[in-house]
Design a protein around this ligand. Sequence first.
Ligand SMILES: Cc1cc2nc3c(=O)[nH]c(=O)nc-3n(C[C@H](O)[C@H](O)[C@H](O)COP(=O)(O)OP(=O)(O)OC[C@H]3O[C@@H](n4cnc5c(N)ncnc54)[C@H](O)[C@@H]3O)c2cc1C
Length: 385
Amino acid sequence: MGVKEKILIVGAGLSGAVIGRELAQEGYKVEIIDSRSHIAGNCHTERDEATGVMVHIYGPHIFHTDDTEVWDYVNGFTTFMPYKNRVKTTSGGQVYSLPVNLHTINQFFGKTFRPDEARTFLEDQADKTITDPQTFEEQALRFVGNDLYEAFFKGYTQKQWGCSPTALPASILKRLPVRFNYDDNYFFHKYQGMPENGYTDMIERILDHPNITVTLDTVFNRDAAEDYAHVFYSGPLDGYFDYELGRLGYRTLDFERFTYDGDYQGCAVMNYGDVSVPYTRITEHKHFSPWEEHAGSVCYREFSRACEPQDIPYYPIRLVEEKAQLTEYVARAEQESGVTFVGRLGTYRYLDMDVTIREALDTARLYLARKAENAAMATFLHAPL
Ligand SMILES: Cc1cc2nc3c(=O)[nH]c(=O)nc-3n(C[C@H](O)[C@H](O)[C@H](O)COP(=O)(O)OP(=O)(O)OC[C@H]3O[C@@H](n4cnc5c(N)ncnc54)[C@H](O)[C@@H]3O)c2cc1C
């Protein structure tokens, strides 16, 4: 198929790369720009020169999904190595297994409960006076009672969100956050793994198509859009409108990087539940590639705080205030033509990588279908609200 129209994609992360690849394969000429000096967005990985460890520069990323098409898609570009995410937590001077499971409960209460006994025990711990939980704290107390709440939920949540769990909605904790068996695999998904040579290598392969050009260190300018048949924008929604209605609230992360000669903590992720410890967790990156061997180690201490204008936005807050502002930005976006807002920043949602890829594939397909019908492309694939 010959080269058709020119498409501009803002952002060379997973969203931009997958949409770009799908359209390039259909004969579109795809130009991708990114303000950073590397591709892969927040999934970017880089080998540390001194130790050889594959470092997840913007924090660790574990691929997990139930979506067979997405799993086959990523496996078409790289080899995925087996990896199971198992998280530990340090709380009150002891190390426990997460998510809270039968091992955690037995260790914490000094018991040898079988599953049914633990379930009955926890029902007794639960605060039954709370019938209509409104806050995260009430929901947690209703599910697990005060002791487990204080040890495993309160401090961590407070550090992660920068506010008291009494100020967060109950909806954050939808289900009973406890397992009555010894399963400590963090994710329930059918497929889980790590790309053998990191995410940046995988995304480089997705972008490797003669119809795709990538230009780094380039910030999107709305005037440039006129030269293209369509723009797919994976930058921040509020940024597209120069923050005219104020900034949507995000949490950002600070990573305090340190190296260690040997094995620092014996696992990939160690959470810290106590409020007296200022960081939420320490991640040790060589354990995310368990098939590799390295004498040295690279670790990140992770601190969470409110995102300022100069920071990298990580987690959308989406509380009441942000939702009102988001409604206005969405209304503005819908008045635009020739642009589709995509990805975690373009739609102001937390999206795992598999969901990002699913949405990117569906976005490209919708564009092709609308083109075939000579119909206008949607501003959003899914309404962000
Ligand atoms: C701390 C953290 C941990 C995570 N861990 C996991 C995990 O374990 N498993 C999982 O499945 N998912 C995880 N995710 C989610 C994962 O990061 C996202 O799914 C993925 O990054 C979304 O890709 P994207 O392309 O939409 O966005 P991004 O990766 O953010 O890419 C957007 C790109 O657009 C560029 N850009 C922005 N504005 C402009 C502009 N104006 N001009 C030019 N370029 C611009 C940016 O530089 C960036 O490269 C995690 C996310 C965070 C924050």
